[in-house]
Structures are given as C-alpha cells and as structure tokens.
Design a protein. Structure first.
Length: 129
C-alpha cells in the first residue's frame, strides 16, 4: 500500500474517528466516500488511492450483530418492564430494525477501511516454493 503523505501512522483514536466520519485514513481531510456507501477513487486532499480498500462483508456482519443485540435486547427489556401491546413492539422495533443498520453501515465501513490502512492490511498471498 502506497502512503502518499507520510509514513507516520495515525493513532488508533484518530483512525477510528476518521472512519466514523468518513474521512481519508491518511490525512483526515478528504472524503472517503463519493456516495452513501460508494468509495471515492482517491482522496481529494492528499491524493491517496483507495484501491487498497476492500471491506467486503465485514461491515454488514458487524452491523447485523450490533443492531440485533440492541433491538432484541431493547424489545426484551421493554416487554419485561412495560408489557406494551404487540402492535407497539412491531412499530417501534420494526422501524428501528430498518433505520439502525442504515445509520451504522457507513460508519462501520469507514472504520474497517481506516483500520486496513493503519495496519497496512493486504490480500493474503501464498509463498512461492
């Protein structure tokens, strides 16, 4: 992976923050995304090429786990404490089940790409014999 700015590795906190807000993992100024989930070809501030970035299905898996934990846990707690009618459960948790993943997916994708950059992660290769 080619670092165009410097070889200085950002701190873990800076890396996570840059991923959450969708900024370039190298300089923190340019945008990481050109659309809601579409990656930009390169940073418009430092010129870092984003071809190294391949988050795959990782963000979706983490979003499913986090959103599922929050929604199911919240529904169980609400049922035990308040026993609301089922239509209220469906309205509340159904809406949350649609909106929460949409809100979390972009941030999780940005964080995974920023962590790839920070740790210089590359595709695995077999050693030639």
């Amino acid at each position: 992976m080619d670092r165009t700015q410097t070889d200085q590795i950002p701190s873990l906190g800076a890396t996570l923050w840059r991923g959450i807000v969708g900024r370039c993992p190298s300089c923190g100024k340019g945008s990481l995304f050109s659309g809601y989930l579409a990656l930009a070809p390169r940073c418009d501030a430092c010129g870092l090429d984003y071809n190294f970035a391949d988050s795959g299905d990782g963000p979706a898996v983490f979003v499913i786990l986090v959103a599922g934990f929050l929604i199911v846990g919240g529904a169980l707690i609400a049922e035990i404490l308040y026993s609301p009618p089922y239509w209220l459960h469906a309205l509340l948790w159904g809406t949350l089940a649609v909106l929460l993943p949409l809100v979390l997916l972009r941030s999780f994708k940005g964080v995974l790409i920023a962590l790839q950059f920070r740790h210089k992660a590359e595709e695995g290769k077999l050693a030639s014999e």
